[in-house]
Design a protein around this ligand. Structure first.
Ligand SMILES: [Zn+2]
Length: 252
């Protein structure tokens, strides 16, 4: 059994430890007031101090060790965490690209999170007139400046020899002028094309639409591509990306 004096001694030690813990915690909070929550595309999260405001970002690397994760952040293979508004604009841009027969469409996401209007460009690129329209909308009308840009590669255009829907950046996309002042990856919304199995030879039990014709049939799946001047950083099915974004949106 402890004597009263010993009990007091223990209490006093506990109190000192508690005071120190509170002091340390307060200090830590002050130091880390501005911090960025980075989530890798496999869902690993790390909180690091830095930046000019606290925010969430996606690091465009798959399941990874610490070294790759930090290197990807240093290499600017990152993007501001997309809001529902951004996901909606991406969906809309896909729809517009399909509805226009594959013409490229573009919009900007700003550093403050503003989303520009979506403009239509040409079949194989965004021309300077279209590009200027989105910049004016984001900069002058919405009072923001680009964090990253998003453009579509249309689905197949009947009779076209060159497949514009290629889910990777074109040579034009990789021109240095497109990356001036950028600290984040750029985005292409594109399609993966797969041939449907032939009914007469395939083992598939699904019946492709318009069966009976000898024409080749394809299915197109929406793909999101992240790239920088060097090329593609990471790509995945758009439906998987939206599921991922919504799954981790409320963490931290
Ligand atoms: Zn492109």
């Amino acid at each position: 059994m402890l004597r009263p004096i010993a009990c007091l001694g223990i209490l006093s030690v506990q109190f000192s430890l508690l005071s120190y813990a509170l002091y340390a915690q307060k200090n830590e909070t002050a130091k880390q007031e501005i911090q960025i929550t980075y989530t890798s595309i496999s869902g690993i999260t790390k909180v690091l101090p830095g930046g000019d405001r606290s925010k969430k970002m996606i690091v465009l690397v798959p399941d990874t060790n610490s070294k790759d994760f930090l290197q990807a952040i240093r290499d600017l293979q990152v993007i501001d965490y997309p809001t529902e508004e951004v996901l909606g604009a991406m969906n809309h841009a896909f729809d517009l690209a399909i509805a226009s027969g594959g013409y490229e469409h573009q919009f900007f996401v700003g550093k403050k999170g503003k989303v520009s209007i979506i403009v239509q460009g040409l079949k194989d690129r965004i021309d300077s007139i279209a590009n200027r329209k989105v910049r004016v909308d984001l900069d002058s009308i919405k009072g923001d400046e680009p964090a990253y840009d998003v453009h579509t590669h249309g689905d197949s255009l009947a009779g076209d020899v060159i497949p514009y829907f290629k889910p990777d950046p074109s040579d034009t996309d990789r021109l240095a002028i497109n990356f001036r002042g950028r600290r984040q990856a750029s985005v292409i919304l594109s399609f993966e094309r797969k041939k449907l199995p032939n009914l007469s030879t395939g083992n598939s039990t699904s019946v492709p639409f318009g069966s009976g014709s000898s024409e080749e049939k394809f299915i197109y799946t929406r793909v999101i591509v992240f790239y920088n001047q060097k090329g593609t950083i990471f790509k995945q099915y758009f439906s998987d990306f939206t599921t991922f974004v919504r799954l981790h949106a409320h963490e931290n």
